[in-house]
Design a protein around this ligand. Structure first.
Ligand code: GUN
Length: 279
């Protein structure tokens, strides 16, 4: 029997823990605020931003919204970030990605003060994570570690295979699994014998960005499968990088889409905001 890892439930537990923490911080006179910056009106981004604001409201974090037009220049965006960096009331800054083509993402990420970088994307945060120093961890991979731990999946000594090498998921996922003493392999589009490598995994993380790409031929019997993808299938139904119906019977545990990794990303963002305020 495969265990369905319930990201909705686990993220709710985390949000409830944070809500209590925030109430205590408020009693001590500490208010928390997150700046949420969205450039343009990409529909997927609007959904994410709305969910982040809702989570803030639930936990007791003030969200300061900057919904600015697609035509905003890079300098105008950098000026907003600079204001947020200097504003002592703002604990975290989130610039929703992707940004319009005329704005350079790297420049924008580097403009965020590392002590407010609750997405964990700034090179200083990435460097700190790499060498195990304190700093904000990127939310999706940090959320996956929480999903595994809170579902009783041991990582130490396990073969962990990640498919995908993005800066936001694949690479930091590898570092965080390594930190938990997993034996880690990263696969990508040029990997030879992907199936054979994937089949070695005790813990398989699919973050390649292709709908239902991973079927049972990539999965060892009894593996734990974590699906980072989010897509719409031919019937407009949400699906992941994993073909859930085909893969689930072969796993010991698996995350669904929706309701797996997705809600954890937001919970960990909230966690980073609270950590920022505590500092
Ligand atoms: N776009 C997709 N995922 C993310 C995320 O985790 N943070 C930000 N800022 N933008 C995103």
């Amino acid at each position: 029997m495969s265990q369905i890892i319930d990201g909705k439930k686990i993220s709710q537990e985390i949000k409830d823990e944070l809500k209590e923490k925030v109430a205590k911080l408020k009693e001590q006179g500490t208010e928390i605020a997150l700046a949420v910056i969205q450039v343009g009106e990409d529909p997927a981004s609007s959904v994410y931003v709305r969910n982040k604001k809702r989570a803030c409201e639930y936990i007791g974090i003030e969200s300061v919204a900057y919904e600015i037009p697609e035509t905003t220049t890079q300098d105008e965006l950098l000026a907003i970030i600079d204001d947020c960096n200097k504003n002592p009331k703002i604990n975290g800054i989130l610039v929703q990605l992707p940004l319009p083509d005329h704005i350079d993402e790297d420049t924008v990420i580097k403009a965020i003060a590392p002590e407010k970088d609750v997405d964990g994307f700034h090179p200083q945060s990435v460097g700190a994570m790499t060498i195990g120093e304190p700093g904000f961890l990127p939310c999706t991979p940090a959320g996956i570690i929480q999903l595994l731990k809170r579902s009783g999946v041991e990582i130490e000594g396990k073969e962990c295979v990640i498919i995908g090498r993005s800066n936001i998921v694949g690479k930091p996922m590898a570092l965080l699994l390594l930190r938990e003493n997993g034996t880690v392999t990263i696969c990508h589009s040029r990997t030879k014998n992907l199936k054979e490598v994937a089949k070695r995994a005790d813990i398989l993380v699919a973050a390649l960005g292709r709908p239902k790409f991973i079927d049972e031929s990539y999965v060892k019997e009894g593996a734990v499968v974590i699906d980072v993808g989010i897509h719409r299938d031919a019937n407009n139904k949400l699906c992941g990088d994993v073909d859930f119906d085909r893969v689930a019977p072969h796993t010991s545990a698996i995350t669904p889409v929706p309701g797996g990794v997705g809600p954890m990303t937001i919970a960990m963002l909230m966690n980073n905001c609270v950590e920022s305020a505590e500092k």
